[in-house]
Design a protein around this ligand. Structure first.
Ligand code: NAD
Length: 325
């Protein structure tokens, strides 16, 4: 099987590629993997180092908005797994243009090429944030999309386009919606890598508002395995939820990261809340469990401890990415 992975030099995409080439997804017999990535600030050269010499891997530096390039790159692939996106909510609040062009127009560009070249399956990697905030209970796959940020609105638009290409053109599409993901090789701007690297560097950490916003945490390996299962066993036109089953307020998460880094609450600096900050996300994973047999396997305490250890041991990876203070 020949698989095209967009955004394969980013956090989750690179983990997926490393897993594929390491044989961690035995249901996907891989003959070739092409990574298409624009290498924005969020990508790192080293993310694919462990597999760089694998003869099955080809890396194309390019933009999913470049229709001519995408047309050439998609040709000859069986599956397309679309991770590439602008992915940081705060950046989308500061400026939404790249979010709309990459996340929406880039997706449409890829869908058109997938259709033209008759790909077997197209996987749209999406997020729990498309539903907006939920006070109690958990979203089911048929819940109304009600995104709050330009990031989540652009992801919702991309999901709807992908599902529309299935309905209109019969393109074989599955959509995965994953929870907040943590693990190694994540650019140090989102809460887990930002806080861990700040703490390891002796700096403070900024906690939004009252710290009561709840997120559901999913280890990157579980996320990638769920995507691979949706790719192999999912039903065309369906949405699959990949929730971590591990809800924490940001304050609780901060407490765990402080403890893991040997720091105290004096290192926490309260900051004004994010605009439009969703209070809580939660995904109902009943269908995913029933249809794909997927459940998260990495316990949050174990996964967080291993993640902190990875950042402790790989200072050379993240230090150049931190702003000079
Ligand atoms: P990331 O920001 O770490 O990586 C994104 C990758 O996409 C980078 O390698 C970047 O260079 C590439 N990219 C950006 N714009 C591009 C363009 N125009 N053309 C080609 N490549 C481009 O993101 P991530 O955290 O790995 O997220 C991957 C996907 O998973 C995204 O679609 C995101 O919405 C989704 N997701 C992320 C999370 C999470 O918690 N990180 C949770 C659920 C879903």
């Amino acid at each position: 099987m020949r698989i095209l992975v967009t955004g394969g030099a980013g956090f989750i995409g690179s983990a997926y590629v490393r897993r594929l080439l390491a044989g961690a997804e035995p249901d996907l017999a891989v003959d070739a993997v092409t990574v298409l990535d624009a290498y924005t600030y969020a990508a790192t050269e080293d993310a694919l180092d462990p597999v760089r010499t694998d003869p099955r891997l080809r890396i194309v530096r390019g933009d999913v908005r470049d229709a001519a390039l995408v047309d050439v790159v998609v040709a000859g692939h069986d599956d397309v797994v679309h991770f590439a996106a602008e992915s940081h909510v705060d950046r989308s609040i500061a400026g939404a243009a790249d979010f709309v062009t990459t996340n929406v127009v880039g997706t449409q560009t890829l869908l058109d090429a997938a259709l033209r070249h008759g790909v077997r399956r197209y996987v749209q990697v999406s997020t729990d944030e498309v539903y907006g905030s939920i006070a109690t209970g958990a979203w089911t796959e048929d819940a109304r999309l009600d995104p709050s940020s330009p990031y989540s609105a652009s992801k919702a638009g991309a999901d709807l386009l992908a599902l529309a290409y299935h309905r209109t053109h019969g393109l074989d599409v599955v959509v995965t919606r994953g929870a907040n993901t943590y693990g190694p090789c994540q650019y140090p701007e989102k809460i887990v890598p930002l806080f861990v690297t700040n703490l390891l560097d002796g700096h403070d950490v900024p906690l939004y508002g009252d710290g009561g916003n709840v997120r559901d945490w999913l280890h990157v390996d579980d996320h990638c395995h769920g995507i691979a299962l949706a790719q192999t066993c999912g039903r065309a036109g369906r949405v699959y939820h990949l929730g971590g089953g591990a809800e924490l307020t940001n304050r609780e998460l901060t407490g765990r990261l402080l403890a893991a880094c040997g720091a105290g609450w004096d290192r926490v600096r309260p900051v004004a809340d994010r605009k439009g900050h969703d209070r809580r996300y939660a995904l109902d994973t009943t269908t995913t469990h029933r249809e794909l047999g997927w459940s998260p396997t990495v316990d949050l305490d174990t996964g967080l401890a291993a993640t902190v250890e990875w950042y402790r041991a790989n200072r050379g990876w993240w230090q150049p990415l931190k702003p000079r203070s």
